[in-house]
Design a protein around this ligand. Structure first.
Ligand code: NAD
Ligand code: ZN
Length: 370
């Protein structure tokens, strides 16, 4: 087992950790009651196991079993809503869950964000244990304490910072994750490499075929996840509330979010981010911020993984720019970016890691991303 500390909570990366969940939860997040929030896809594969483990953990903490409740919601981003937040909290209230309850988020980033927001607000805040089951949630969403729901005004527009009590990452759960979702998660691992570890891009390139074929040794998968989580954890530990350094985690996301929205969410988040990283690195090269070759290096690994490197044909750059204008990162008429100096290092230390870019330069970059 690898424990990543430094954030005030443990992040455990361990193949088959679910088999030891009772012990892990009892040690790191003891509670009298557990309320599991999950989605239909994840429930099918893992809910029974997790319910049994938590029943054991709850019984040992309080001497009484049968203190585990589960709420299963439909899968998909369209359910990361205030309506589902209300449904979940109403269910917990009906069960009589009080401040002795710990919420367990079992699923991808949608469940992590939604259940995390339930935990942040239920009885003015109860602990949450994150058990991420997508690669994206393992290396990104479950770490760092951001929780939220979407509203018609935009993604993640209502939320809270609510760091977990514990994160349990079991790479064995990736066996059932669709390949397309696995690739999308690799985009965030590539992003972490660009931010802080140049060698990571080669490692991802060489491991990708085995990973996608579900033939990668678990030891390799574990260390891939662990290195990536460490990068995010280090950034978050320095700047939990995103006043400065945490902005580097937005690399690829300023353009990526615009592309994702312009695709009407037919592109997965990670797919849009892959396009965004290449476009933003090219923009950084053009502005003489990044070394020549930075974008090409990112494009190589993106292609090796089988992620898209360009915008789909039907998307117009003007539309992407328009959608980017509503982005939270917009300041004083310019869009703010996190840009690389080169693969492995970010620019912008002097400007709190946010680099303003005139819209004309963005538009040019979008035209070249076609
Ligand atoms: N809080 C943060 O810091 C943060 C960071 C990045 C992303 N996010 C959020 O994360 C969300 C995206 O997360 P995601 O990509 O994990 O999407 P997701 O939660 O929708 O999961 C993707 C799909 O995989 C299914 N699934 C999950 N685990 C599975 C498994 N082991 N086997 C089979 N199917 C499985 C889900 O049911 C879903 O259909 C977005 O809402 C985004 O805003 C949050
Ligand atoms: Zn992302």
């Amino acid at each position: 087992v690898t424990a990543i500390d430094g954030l005030g909570y443990s992040i455990l990366v361990e193949t088959d950790a679910l088999a030891r969940l009772a012990t892990l939860v009892r040690a790191h997040a003891p509670a009298h009651r557990y309320a599991i929030v999950t989605d239909e896809n994840v429930a099918r594969h893992y809910l029974t196991r997790v319910e049994e483990a938590l029943a054991t953990a709850a019984a040992n903490a309080s001497g009484v079993a049968d203190r585990v409740h589960s709420v299963v919601i439909p899968a998909g981003e369209e359910h990361k809503t205030r309506e589902q937040w209300a449904r979940i909290t109403d269910t917990l209230l009906a069960h009589g869950c009080a401040r002795d309850t710990t919420i367990v988020a079992l699923g991808g980033g949608v469940i992590g964000d939604l259940a995390g927001f339930v935990a942040a607000t239920y009885m003015r805040g109860v602990p949450v244990v994150q058990i991420p089951t997508t690669l994206l949630a393992m290396v990104d969403a479950s770490v760092g304490g951001k929780t939220a729901v979407d509203t018609p005004a935009g993604k993640n527009t209502v939320g809270a910072f609510h760091p977990p009590a514990l994160v349990v990452i079991d790479p064995a759960t990736l066996a059932t994750l669709p390949a397309r979702e696995l690739r999308a998660g690799l985009a965030e691992i590539i992003k972490h490499g660009v931010i802080a570890n140049a060698e990571e891009l080669d490692r991802v390139s060489s491991l990708a075929p085995l990973l996608i074929a579900r033939a990668a040794p678990y030891a390799d998968l574990e260390s891939l996840i662990e290195r990536s989580v460490r990068i995010k954890a280090k950034v978050v530990a320095t700047d939990e509330r995103e006043h400065g350094l945490r902005k580097v985690l937005n690399f690829g996301h300023t353009i990526g979010h615009g592309v994702e929205a312009a695709s009407d969410y037919t592109l997965l988040h990670g797919e849009a981010i892959a396009v965004g990283m290449i476009a933003e690195a090219r923009l950084a090269e053009q502005m003489k911020i990044a070394d020549a070759g930075t974008a090409a290096a990112i494009e190589r690994v993106v292609k090796a993984v089988g992620l898209p490197s360009r915008m789909p044909g039907g998307i117009s750059p003007e539309r992407v720019l328009e959608l980017m204008q509503s982005d939270k990162k917009r300041r004083r008429g310019m869009l703010e970016y996190a840009l690389p100096l080169r693969v492995g290092a970010m620019a912008g230390e002097q400007s709190a890691w946010g680099i303003p870019v005139p819209d004309a330069v963005t538009l040019e970059a979008l035209h070249r991303a076609h």
